[in-house]
Design a protein around this ligand. Structure first.
Ligand code: G4P
Length: 293
């Protein structure tokens, strides 16, 4: 599957990011807990070197709890603070303040030594499209906060949101690009609905998803669609056959009684994206992959 990204956008986004990063102490990076690898930007570690880091494992309500724990440990091992959240219902948000303080403790200590007291940590939220940045900012900043006026150096239009006396947030999140040169990443982002479906072949996408699900979450799949004896799918071609079976079981039929795979593909993708197939994670941290085999 070939997914396009435009280099022009990327260059501009990178330039904006480099400018904004100069103004902050802390990068709050949102990743999608179902695809923590694919929803990360390839250059963020380079762009954010010398900055304190906090990773938010968002949409954790849709992801496999066992994997959430593994990913938290994975990011912690890299020296990041990590909090598992659900920006939509607000769970986990209360833990963020403590994580911010911990991530920035060197800066806070440095300020104290210089006699600077109560200078708030300045942070910006970054992430690839659809990862939940706006939902998070709205939920976290809420109504209680006040916007401070424009300040020199802040990209036009950007404002600081004062959350409390120790934290200020840039009100506009930094939009980053994913690793689009990696086709597997493109596929995973398409599964979760982060790539415009119009440009994708949905039947193929569904067949690919069935290949993954039958190998990794066979029980959830069998239960959802009443598949009595689910054999493990070994190829995309077999994925198509399973899609046909699901179409028939679900009564997705065309006039002549043939399986309507396009309808079944929509059904499957909607079920997966909305969590009706259960809490599923598509990616495993590198070191865990080896130890599980
Ligand atoms: P962005 O700014 O990073 O582009 O993402 P945005 O906040 O627009 O969120 C993208 C979608 O993800 C939204 O759904 C939002 O509700 C959903 N979302 C964000 N955080 C979470 C979370 O923790 N859990 C779940 N389950 N969903 C989350 P939408 O379908 O575009 O809008 P809506 O139908 O929810 O209004």
């Amino acid at each position: 599957m070939n997914i396009q990204w435009y280099p022009g956008h990327m260059t501009k986004a990178k330039r904006n990011m480099q400018e904004d990063i100069k103004l902050i102490d802390l990068i709050i990076e949102l990743v999608d807990a179902r695809v923590p690898f694919s929803s990360r930007n390839p250059d963020i570690d380079e762009l954010g070197k010398n900055k304190a880091r906090l990773v938010l494992l968002n949409k954790s309500d849709l992801a496999d709890e066992r994997r959430n724990e593994q990913w938290m440990q994975y990011f912690q091992k890299q020296g990041f603070q990590v909090v598992k959240i659900n920006a939509k219902n607000g769970s986990g948000l209360k833990q963020i303040q403590a994580a911010v303080q911990e991530a920035c403790k060197e800066k806070i200590e440095r300020d104290r030594r210089r006699g600077i007291l109560n200078r708030p940590v300045r942070a910006m939220v970054v992430g690839i499209p659809n990862v939940g940045k706006s939902t998070f900012i709205n939920a976290f900043a809420g109504k209680a906060c006040t916007k401070t006026g424009n300040r020199p150096g802040v990209t036009k239009g950007n404002q600081w949101i004062r959350l409390n006396k120790s934290l200020e947030l840039l009100d506009t999140p930094g939009i980053l690009w994913p690793r689009f040169e990696n086709q597997q990443v493109g596929l995973h982002l398409a599964f979760i609905g982060s790539i415009n479906d119009e440009i994708l072949n949905k039947d193929e996408l569904a067949a690919e998803l069935l290949l993954f699900l039958s190998q990794n979450y066979p029980k959830s799949l069998a239960e959802r669609y009443g598949l009595g004896s689910l054999e493990q799918v070994q190829s995309v071609a077999e994925g198509y056959r399973l899609l046909e079976e699901i179409a028939k079981l679900r009564g997705c039929l065309m006039k002549g009684g043939e399986a309507d795979c396009a309808k079944a593909a929509n059904l499957l993708l909607d079920d997966f994206r909305s969590g009706k197939l259960g809490r599923l994670t598509l990616e495993v941290p590198e070191n865990e992959e080896e130890s599980e085999e």
